[in-house]
Design a binder for this molecule. Structure first.
Ligand code: CA
Length: 274
């Protein structure tokens, strides 16, 4: 009798513990923080959650080994200058006559590729060229920050915790899929990657292998980067060869590329000038 009682009490205790564990688990989600202090603890917890989402140990090791909190990224994040410039000023700053001439020569040089992209995705060569110019000046500067360090820092940081956590998962999935070696994944300070600066979430969802080497490489492959850009626009409703000036359907699709209206108008105007 004594034994039975004790036994059932023990069982009850186990049941209570299990319940507590279950109830407590949402609160155990990797917690954001605003100083470097909690980063290590956050990283351990983040990896646990990543494993639950199907990210392998091997991927986690390859991508996140030695990753550290990068204060320079936070500093950049806090000092962001948003588009306060007028369209006219912004356009003048970003699109020079020399830039347009270069754009026209790039369109000639990559005519075959751009036409092939147009046939498959329906996005005009001039739109792709304008985006390519505005994002990295034709792949000239794609950024040199290791994106896992940036994304982990911003995922841990509280300001845009959720959005960057999702991007960090996506970046890990890009590695796991075999698109790129994590060491080669260098980009802008906030983790934008490649010749047209894709966030990892878009990379995972919209990147295509257009040069046929079996990998989606938006840094090294112009074909992959430009076709992926067209694929993203098509996925958001781009109408084949349609008008893209303000007021037209395709102009609204540019919002999927960049939320800034000034930026959208810059793409549209530059494209028409090309
Ligand atoms: Ca490829």
């Amino acid at each position: 009798m004594m034994f039975n009682n004790r036994g059932s009490r023990a069982l009850r205790l186990v049941a209570i513990c299990l319940t507590l564990l279950f109830v407590a688990s949402p609160a155990m989600a990797a917690k954001c923080g605003n100083t470097s202090k909690g980063f290590g603890r956050w990283l351990v917890q983040f990896k646990k959650e990543a494993r639950k989402r199907g990210i392998s140990n091997r991927t986690l090791k390859r991508a996140l080994r030695g990753v550290r909190y990068d204060y320079s990224v936070i500093k950049k994040d806090r000092n962001q200058k948003h588009f306060k410039l007028s369209f006219a000023k912004f356009y003048k700053m970003r699109v020079s006559p020399g830039g347009l001439a270069k754009g026209r020569s790039m369109m000639r040089r990559y005519r075959k590729l751009l036409n092939r992209i147009y046939r498959v995705y329906g996005v005009q060569p001039r739109i792709i060229t304008a985006i390519w110019s505005l994002e990295t000046f034709y792949g000239g500067y794609t950024g040199n920050k290791p994106i896992f360090r940036s994304l982990a820092t911003l995922a841990y940081d509280c300001r845009r915790h959720k959005m960057f956590t999702q991007n960090l998962y996506a970046a890990l999935r890009v590695v796991q899929r075999g698109d790129m070696h994590p060491k080669r994944m260098k980009g802008a300070w906030a983790g934008e990657l490649g010749q047209t600066q894709f966030m990892a979430k878009n990379y995972y969802r919209y990147a295509v292998d257009f040069d046929g080497d079996g990998k989606r490489n938006l840094i090294r492959s112009k074909a992959d980067a430009l076709a992926s850009t067209a694929n993203l626009l098509r996925a958001h409703g781009w109408k084949r060869g349609g008008c893209y000036q303000p007021g037209c359907h395709n102009f609204n699709v540019l919002n999927a590329w960049n939320k800034s209206r000034v930026y959208q108008r810059t793409i549209a105007k530059m494209a028409s000038q090309l």
